[in-house]
Design a protein around this ligand. Structure first.
Ligand SMILES: [Zn+2]
Length: 416
């Protein structure tokens, strides 16, 4: 099996972006924010050939190091470097920095793999899948991501070009595109390594930005965010009207892709597999775009009205999305996590207070009188309180409950 690596967008996201969960960061009213900015490169054909040769070489080198690490049972960066640094440099004609990055990449990949094994993600001890994965060294794809630090990569923001180390020497003037927002971010806050990767016929640099702490403003009330499938997000204040962000388009895209996947999976050809991978990434990109848009709207509105944002605790979301099909669970749970993360970091950037709340019974409790009952919810869309008669769209009622919990949570944590 091929182990998923950091060139996968989702893996990158979880690897690079750390977010405070629950109350962390609220005590002193600041969040630390790391942002990942994806920049598309526009190399000339000659430049593309040099990039291609470079990425192929470093990944060949990584595969070679990984095989050695596997056979010698040496996995730690420091030990591995002592073993192979000179060899990998000479054998593949790498610059010192590149050789070090290759070795560290291999060490990191094994660390991740071993963590997966420890957490039982590859099955129990002795399971066929786990044994098969452990029996073989990690293999790096020719286009897999490679980190470049400031010595190997420099950015010229005014010219919108980068200069980058390649196997053929330093290459200057590689053009890139980025949105105005991204350019501002990069110019002000880019820090540390960037990953070069090749995906679906395109070149990218994934840069990390460290944002300074933005003080969180004391909120004037809270808006609750209820996450769902029919409506991706529904927002409401404790008593106000709700705003529903429909999942219609996203669900239609997912449905279309699912149909196509079924057809492609029936054909087991190489090109079908490639198309399948491409489709999956396209769907993920679309979901991410949708989540970005929704998160931006929610945070902008909260900032405009001076409110804080209450989100259901992510663990709870995972528990709640128990659909029958396991694949769908992962997909939606992942998408919820992503939306939660997007809201969290956009809120942090805007100085908007954010509170994670306990999601238990938010859909069954009456936001008017507090009565909790399963049959308060006659169907998916409707909330009708069996005690006080209050009726509202089910998602709006849930969002109001979440807003109220946010308010309470904030008050508790900020009591004098
Ligand atoms: Zn009621």
């Amino acid at each position: 099996m091929r182990v998923k690596r950091a060139d996968d967008a989702s893996a990158l996201f979880s690897r690079r972006v750390r977010f405070p969960s629950r109350w962390r960061g609220l005590g002193d009213n600041v969040f630390e924010v790391k942002l990942v900015v994806q920049v598309k490169l526009l190399p000339t054909p000659e430049q593309a050939a040099a990039l291609e040769a470079t990425l192929r070489t470093v990944n060949d080198a990584a595969t070679w190091v990984a095989a050695l690490a596997h056979s010698q049972r040496v996995f730690r960066n420091y030990d591995l470097r002592r073993h192979v640094y000179g060899q990998v440099k000479d054998r593949y004609g790498l610059a010192a920095q590149a050789a070090q990055h290759v070795i560290k990449k291999v060490a990191d990949a094994y660390t991740t793999l071993h963590a997966h094994v420890r957490n039982g993600n590859l099955g129990k001890r002795g399971s066929v899948r786990r044994e098969r994965v452990l029996a073989r060294p990690i293999v790096f794809r020719p286009g897999a991501a490679q980190p470049f630090d400031d010595r190997c990569l420099s950015w010229r923001m005014d010219a919108r070009t980068v200069s980058i180390w390649t196997v053929g020497g330093r290459m200057k003037g590689v053009a890139f595109t980025a949105s105005a927002d991204q350019l501002t971010l990069l110019a002000a806050h880019r820090k540390g390594e960037s990953d070069l990767l090749y995906r679906d016929g395109r070149w990218f640099l994934i840069a990390t930005c460290d944002l300074p702490d933005v003080p969180v403003r004391a909120p004037d009330g809270f808006v609750g965010v209820d996450l769902g499938i029919a409506n991706i997000a529904t927002t409401a204040t404790g008593t106000g009207d709700g705003v529903r962000h429909s999942g219609k388009t996203l669900n239609a895209v997912r449905h279309r892709h699912r149909e196509l996947r079924r057809r492609l999976q029936a054909k087991a050809t190489k090109s079908a597999k490639r198309l399948l991978r491409k489709r999956r990434r396209k769907e993920a990109r679309f979901a991410a775009d949708t989540n970005h848009t929704i998160a931006r709207r929610i945070v902008t509105e909260a900032a405009r009205t001076g409110r804080g944002i209450a989100l259901e605790d992510l663990q709870g979301i995972r528990d709640r999305v128990r659909l029958r099909k396991p694949q769908r669970v992962t997909l939606h749970a992942w998408s919820f996590h992503q939306l939660g993360h997007f809201i969290a970091y956009k809120a942090a950037r805007a100085g908007v207070a954010l509170v994670w709340v306990d999601p238990a019974y938010t859909s069954q409790a009456c936001s008017a009188c507090g009565h909790v009952a399963k049959n308060n919810r006659p169907d998916q869309e409707t909330f009708a309180c069996t005690s006080c008669g209050f009726a509202e769209h089910a998602d709006v009622n849930a969002a109001r409950n979440i807003a109220a919990r946010g308010e309470t949570g904030w008050a508790v944590s900020h009591a004098a």
